[in-house]
Design a protein around this ligand. Structure first.
Ligand SMILES: C[S@@+](CC[C@H](N)C(=O)[O-])C[C@H]1O[C@@H](n2cnc3c(N)ncnc32)[C@H](O)[C@@H]1O
Ligand SMILES: [Zn+2]
Length: 416
């Protein structure tokens, strides 16, 4: 396990991307994330609940993207860049933008996870199949373990011309020699089973001295990938009105199955911190991040309720600053000019407009440095090698005129 550059029981308010980028690699054993689902709705907590004032946006457009993310993915993970483009073509630009937001964060989570770690991504059918493809690309299809269906049977599902949508999904991936403790749950009704025993390596029905078969009554079973756990009801004791608060039993199951006491949990979209409360009660170490200051406020209230005032005040660290990694010498530059330009130009050459892979682009000065052009990004562009050679040390107008003259300028939507 790598050295951790933050304390157990830290609660961060801020964008999880900035914070995770400052965390040392391989420093967590288990990640549970319950991000916005791309549900196309914006959440607000009901008035009069402790969570009043909590809200978060779950509608995505290309304007929500930092263009540098697009360039970074194109440079480091070209197949994922293709996957994102495809989602834009087959589903919508909104899905592409949502998945790009998720991809940069999931790449950091992959770096943070220990070699024997596990990750559970909570989602619903709005984006689950696109997320599965993205998770396979990032975490490796052979590390995929389960798609868990969380069936919240107690929540009335609206819709008159469809079957009720009364489940979420958890995509579970685990690495190396990962921890897994099978869980048990009661059966609806006890069953009578034959008692079996192994005789000379062969499994046989057990019999008593008179040769009669022996039975036993079994009233529990191993939990499978369909989890019948209720949705939290507004009347519940621990309901604080956070718009997407999850039932504590869901998180207790994830944590009990996939970690040991003393292991470290990260919840980068912690909301009102159901996962952190469950981790605390199961003796796991934890760190939580949420962008909304209201979330941190609620988490503190909830943790105080579970840990007691005294303990809480002494033990929980609230932070808003950005971390610096101590496991590398210089911070990684996630925002190079080339990344930003690639995103702004949507992967197309600024001369011929043809789409190329990141590595085929060259950074060019729009106004050549020889003519006083600066190195500021506003004077930079990406050109393909052949356009860059045509342009040479000349101004942009020359390049465009030359491309038109040679009939190489493509002002249509798609380069062929
Ligand atoms: C679906 S809720 C999580 C609910 C949580 N599992 C619970 O039981 O309360 C998603 C949360 O992600 C937070 N969020 C959205 N974008 C974020 C970001 N970039 N960084 C950190 N938190 C973010 C929202 O403020 C919201 O609280
Ligand atoms: Zn070109």
């Amino acid at each position: 396990m790598a050295e951790r550059n933050w304390a157990n029981r830290t609660l961060w308010t801020g964008d999880n991307l900035d914070i995770m980028r400052g965390m040392n690699s391989h420093s967590v054993d288990l990640i549970y994330l319950d991000p916005p689902f791309n549900s196309n709705s914006d959440y607000q907590a009901p008035l009069g609940t402790p969570a009043e004032g909590a809200e978060f946006k779950d509608t995505w457009t290309l304007d929500d993207l930092d263009v540098a993310w697009v360039g970074l993915i194109a440079e480091e993970e070209p197949p994922i860049a293709r996957l994102l483009d495809t989602a834009g073509l087959t589903h919508s630009k909104g899905m592409q933008s949502y998945l790009t937001m998720m991809a940069v964060r999931l790449l950091e989570m992959r770096r943070l996870l220990s070699p024997n770690g596990s990750i559970y991504l909570h989602c619903d059918p709005t984006a689950s199949h696109y997320l599965k493809a993205l998770m396979d690309a990032i975490f490796g299809r052979t590390n995929f373990r389960n798609e868990i269906t969380w069936y919240y049977y107690n929540k009335l599902a609206p819709g008159t011309r469809i079957f009720g949508r009364s489940f979420d999904q958890l995509l579970f991936y685990a690495f190396g020699d990962y921890t897994f403790h099978p869980q048990r749950e009661p059966r609806d009704a006890p069953v009578r089973q034959l008692v079996r025993e192994r005789v000379d390596g062969v499994l046989k029905n057990k019999r008593d001295a008179d040769g009669n078969l022996i039975y036993r009554t079994v009233d529990d079973k191993k939990v499978d990938a369909v989890w019948r756990i209720p949705a939290i009801q507004p009347a519940a004791k621990d309901y604080i009105g956070f718009p997407t608060q999850k039932h504590i039993r869901l998180l207790e199951r994830v944590i009990s199955a996939s970690s040991n006491p003393g292991d470290t949990l990260l919840d980068p979209f912690c909301g009102c911190a159901t996962a952190l409360v469950a981790a605390e009660s199961l003796d796991r170490e934890w760190v939580g991040i949420d962008i909304s200051p209201k979330a941190a406020e609620l988490v503190n209230v909830r943790l105080q309720q579970t840990m007691g005032n005294l303990f809480h005040n002494r033990l929980v660290t609230n932070r808003t600053d950005h971390l610096h990694r101590t496991d590398i010498d210089a911070p990684k530059n996630y925002r190079q000019h080339k990344h930003v330009l690639f995103g702004e130009q949507e992967g197309r050459c600024n001369g011929c407009r043809t789409a190329f892979e990141f590595r085929h682009f060259e950074v060019d000065h729009v106004v050549p440095s020889a003519r006083g052009g600066s190195n500021h990004i506003s004077n930079l562009q990406l050109l393909c090698g052949s356009c860059n050679r045509i342009k040479g040390d000349r101004p942009q107008q020359f390049l465009l005129a030359e491309l038109r003259r040679r009939d190489l300028f493509d002002d249509g939507q798609f380069a062929t």
